[in-house]
Design a protein. Sequence first.
Length: 135
Amino acid sequence: PLAKSFVDWSCQKNPLLDNGACSFFNALYEMNRPSILGGKPEEGKLILEKFIKDNPLNLLAQVLYLQYWIIPRGLEDEFKASSENLENEFKEFSALETWSMGASNKFDTAKDINFYNSMAVRRFNLIKKYKNNLF
């Protein structure tokens, strides 16, 4: 496909494009394409897991893993564990919204990805809203 070729070309030129967009795209592309159509779901999972390990402050990656790997496979125990972890991370992330003199947290150093983290909060809240329909 043309879009995949364009992304591959862009990522080849700059693998760190937009703080991980290449990893997101490639992981989701492989995870969501059926094997019969050339998809490699396990490879996509590994790409995203490696990205999460290397970039633990990028909460969108963790939400995408939840949304595109855990939920479609009905992994309820993993869903609960991942959700609890994300809840804790979001509490710390949301503390950035309230200014406190001299206070800081790990997300202060990740300002370049906080847009992604804001998207992760919204996406996760939607998942939570409909979680009873998922399992």
